[in-house]
Ligand binder design. Structure first.
Ligand code: SF4
Length: 422
């Protein structure tokens, strides 16, 4: 697939809504980030609500030693009766004394810490000065500042300044940006090796403190559409973003890999040979589900920022009809290639006014509504079929070998509905 030039396309009409939101906060990202970076620890400075959210989102902690925790801000802290800096120092000191394996500690801000204006970046600098072997960083996962997937963006953006500066004259290196399950990372590494690109790094990698050098020789491909701040931080180092659709489905993954092939001067024949087996596997796997999905309508409520690429995949490769695609934030430049590939006239909405969006869902009665957990049950009770947006982030869905699983995530609720109707 050759993505249409975004410059040649008319700019789509985008409805912008500001109102009540029904989205998880950025703390949720810790659930997948702590698995990706086993030498990192995430200390949320928050309330009991934050601790409950993390515990229920992460489920049972399966590690002998946990990799995240919540330092609870008590009522007397909120009332300004305690020296929070001293308490935080005490908690961090105790944690790091007990856990010498932690090499990167993230202090994660929350709504309460934002409200009382706890200066976590300053605390991180202060604490880091006393602990030379541990990199202490901070970012915000607060629901005031971030939605669901923006926590990952804030975390990775905080990591970028820690990466060594790459030299201007260095050999070009490809950087894949966005937390991917290890199995997907391995598949992409093999794909790029088959294409002849051997200087490839992943960000974040499996070892949080081993960061790739970033500089003018860095060419980066975003694996996720919600990494605006991270991309900006990389660009300030001189790194160049390779414009591409996102690696969802046979076509999306081909176009994504092709952007790297073009940037690294890969011979077109070698590129085609490298992608052909995976692309064919993906097409066959998708075809099994496309039969059920073709002609079905889908409405995306704004949640993960994956909405536009997924709508493109479902329309282009599965024959679905997106009747409205809402996204919390629409990064026009990063999504330009995706927007150009959406069916013309697809209604797009940025932001949320939940009641107005629910009214439109009820009026359109789509075959599938992709939404957050809080909205799914009420909509199911009204006879609508739903898909939890959070599953799309927790399940490996990138690349050729996950393309069939991605399509299946959408056939499953339809099959469940068929069974219930019988
Ligand atoms: S950060 Fe805010 S929205 Fe998230 S769990 Fe804590 S209080 Fe709730």
């Amino acid at each position: 697939m050759t993505p249409a030039s975004p410059l040649a396309q008319p700019q789509p009409d985008i409805r912008r809504e500001r109102g009540q939101r029904e989205v998880f906060c950025g703390l949720t990202g810790i659930v997948w980030l702590h698995r990706k970076m086993p030498d990192a620890f995430f200390l949320v400075v928050g309330s009991r609500t934050c601790a409950h959210l993390l515990q229920s989102a992460a489920g049972v902690m399966i590690f002998a030693e946990p990799r995240f925790a919540t330092a609870i801000i008590e009522e007397r802290d909120l009332a300004g009766m305690a020296d929070l800096d001293a308490e935080l120092d005490r908690v961090v000191t105790r944690l790091l004394d007990r856990r010498p394996d932690v090499r990167v500690l993230f202090l994660v801000g929350s709504c309460p810490s934002e409200v009382i204006k706890l200066d976590l970046p300053r605390a991180a600098r202060r604490l880091g000065a006393d602990r030379p072997g541990v990199n202490i960083l901070s970012y915000s996962g607060s629901g005031i500042e971030t939605t669901f997937t923006e926590g990952e963006d804030a975390c990775l953006a905080a990591l970028v300044p820690e990466a060594p500066q790459g030299a201007a004259g260095a050999a070009p290196e490809l950087l894949i940006v966005g937390a991917l399950p290890d199995i997907v990372e391995d598949q992409f590494a093999r794909l790029f090796a088959d294409m002849g690109i051997d200087r490839v790094r992943f960000f974040p990698g499996r070892v949080a403190h081993d960061l790739p050098a970033v500089g003018p020789a860095t060419r980066f491909l975003l694996a996720q559409p919600f990494l605006g701040d991270t991309a900006r931080a990389l660009a300030t180092r001189g790194a160049e973003r390779l414009a591409a659709p996102f690696p969802f489905g046979a076509e999306g993954t081909t176009a994504w890999a092709e952007a790297a092939a073009n940037a690294f001067g890969v011979d077109p024949m070698r590129f085609r040979q490298a992608v052909a087996p995976g692309r064919e596997r993906a097409k066959r796997a998708i075809a099994r589900h496309a039969e059920r999905l073709a002609g079905q309508t889908i409405f995306f409520m704004p949640d993960s920022q994956l909405e536009v690429p997924l709508a493109r995949f479902l329309a282009a490769e599965c024959g679905m009809r997106p009747v409205e695609v809402c996204t919390p934030y629409l990064h026009a430049r990063h999504l330009a290639e995706e927007l150009a590939l959406l069916p013309p006239g697809t209604p797009l909405t940025e932001g949320q006014d939940v009641e107005a969006q629910l009214d439109r869902v009820r009026a359109l009665r789509p075959d599938i509504t992709v939404c957050g957990l809080g909205l799914a049950n009420p909509l199911e009770a009204e006879g609508l079929t739903t898909k939890w947006a959070i599953e799309l982030v927790f399940t490996p869905v990138h690349g050729f070998d996950q393309a069939g699983d991605l399509a299946e995530l959408f056939t499953r609720p339809l099959r469940r509905r068929d069974v219930l109707r019988v």
